[in-house]
Design a protein around this ligand. Structure first.
Ligand SMILES: Cc1cc2nc3c(=O)[nH]c(=O)nc-3n(C[C@H](O)[C@H](O)[C@H](O)COP(=O)(O)OP(=O)(O)OC[C@H]3O[C@@H](n4cnc5c(N)ncnc54)[C@H](O)[C@@H]3O)c2cc1C
Length: 449
């Protein structure tokens, strides 16, 4: 007797979202009813040499995937694990646009306690751990850039790749990042838009910010500033239209350093030219002249950073296609600026909900169950994904002192204590969801199936 046909799942993209989904499904024993293929456009799986932070909400999901021990091996011994239950300091946020000890007649330093703490990793470490946990039954196809797909009357989805390869699936999952081609196609078909109209809405918008990403050897910083706070603690130095974040990664051997520069008059426009460029830090130092000594030291030792234009996806009213056979996750659904350090965290949360829904909802092997599972995913994730994206967009403004009480201030200018307190409170409010568990959302989703 032949075994029943499995539901064919194609995951497009193997960034943090796509790979975590492969891990999530690997752990849920879906082999009997799902056949999973991952298609990635690049010829190698690489990750930018930069850091990534995780907060209790995302960390709990990584624990549920059984990744805690493997990830903990990539952490330095003094890094504490995040926890929803304990109050721990995370970012030390301070006005950075002043010299130490000068201009200070109000408390310009707010040691913001973000409950639960965070952990930081090198992106390559996270990718390595994820790859170790993907089941060998999941097939990975590199150099496969999806360029189009068609849904046939019987529900099959035909996939077209740039290399000429064609494939078919029953469920298509878009983990293809902020410039998702699948998002554009769904928008065009759902709204009956022309390709041009869809491209316009699907194209991410510029937030008005750029950032420079680089890692610096901790020993280099230690040799000139043994007490530099970024050696041991995540630091955020903020000023008008600029801020810089720095935190230790790779067991404290590197300092992930990311200065941001914003021009909010450009917010909501489209980026012209490449989003990412190799750059130099020469002009960068001039942008932070007169800033805190710790900022100057970091900028002096940055070399060959990559320059990123920070974009955001226009809020999507739904993360699924009309048929329910195509599902968006991660940046493809809700790409947003990185100020909350939670873009990957939100992709991981999409995966948490989606993998459990698929494991429970498709166990029957019936194709008809796919659209029901997709609707449940959409109902749970679309409101939260859009909420988190709006929060991180707002946080960018606060960190650039584009906030009440700071309207007219210039670098190094004092502001009333009340404005500082209000700023600290608003920052903490925007972050507060990141230390609350996503379990209730999963329970709600599973109850809806
Ligand atoms: C400066 C900066 C700092 C950040 N810091 C943090 C942080 O501390 N914590 C955090 O949680 N998040 C952070 N983020 C956000 C995080 O990096 C993203 O949200 C996350 O990587 C999104 O994952 P993803 O899998 O959805 O997309 P991506 O990681 O972009 O992966 C998409 C994948 O799809 C592939 N692909 C694209 N198109 C196709 C196609 N047509 N066919 C096949 N494959 C395709 C790409 O090659 C890529 O591998 C930061 C982002 C930036 C810019």
């Amino acid at each position: 007797m032949s075994s029943p046909q499995k539901i064919r799942v194609a995951i497009i993209g193997s960034g943090i979202g796509g790979l975590t989904l492969a891990v999530g499904l690997s752990k849920l024993e879906v082999d009997d009813f799902l056949e999973i293929q991952v298609y990635e456009s690049t010829s190698q799986l690489t990750q930018l040499g930069a850091g990534i932070m995780m907060w209790p909400r995302g960390w709990e999901i990584m624990q549920s995937l059984g990744l805690q021990d493997s990830l903990a091996r990539k952490m330095s011994s003094d890094q504490e694990l995040p926890s929803s239950e304990q109050l721990k300091p995370t970012f030390n946020i301070k006005r950075g646009d002043m010299k130490n000890g000068t201009h200070i007649s109000v408390p310009v330093e707010t040691n913001t306690f973000l409950a639960g703490g965070s952990v930081s990793f090198h992106r390559a470490d996270v990718q390595e751990v994820l790859l170790e946990h993907v089941s060998p039954s999941i097939k990975m196809h590199l150099s496969h850039r999806l360029i189009n797909f068609h849904e046939t009357a019987d529900g099959t989805i035909e996939l077209e790749f740039k290399n000429g390869h064609k494939a078919a699936c029953d469920l298509l999952i878009a983990a293809d990042g902020i410039n998702s081609v699948i998002r554009k196609i769904i928008l065009a078909r759902k709204n009956n838009w022309t390709e041009e109209e869809a491209a316009k809405f699907a194209q991410p918008l510029w937030t008005g910010s750029i950032c420079y990403r680089n890692t610096i050897a901790a020993d280099t910083i230690r040799s000139v500033a043994p007490n530099h706070r970024a050696l041991t603690s995540p630091m955020m130095y903020i000023g008008k239209n600029r801020h810089l974040i720095a935190y230790p990664i790779m067991k404290g051997t590197l300092i992930n350093t990311v200065p941001f520069i914003s021009n909010y008059e450009k917010e909501g426009t489209y980026v012209e030219g490449p989003v990412m460029l190799d750059s130099s830090s020469d002009n960068l130092k001039d942008q932070f002249l007169g800033w805190d000594d710790e900022v100057e030291i970091l900028l002096k030792h940055m070399s060959n950073p990559t320059r990123w234009t920070i974009q955001t996806v226009s809020p999507m009213s739904s993360y699924i296609s009309g048929s329910g056979r195509v599902i968006l996750l991660g940046d493809a659904a809700h790409g947003a600026p990185p100020h909350l350090g939670n873009g990957a965290g939100q992709a991981i949360e999409d995966v948490y909900i989606l993998s459990h829904i698929l494991a429970k909802g498709l166990r029957s092997g019936k194709l008809a169950d796919i659209s029901k599972a997709a609707k449940v995913y959409d109902e749970i994730r679309q409101p939260f994904g859009n909420f988190a994206a709006a929060a991180t967009n707002k946080l960018g403004h606060l960190l650039d002192l584009d906030a009440p009480g700071f309207e007219t201030i210039k670098d190094g200018e004092e502001v009333p204590k009340d404005a500082i307190t209000q700023l600290g409170d608003s920052i903490q409010d925007l972050w507060s969801w990141t230390w609350k568990s996503a379990k209730p959302d999963l329970e709600r989703a599973l109850a809806m199936l």
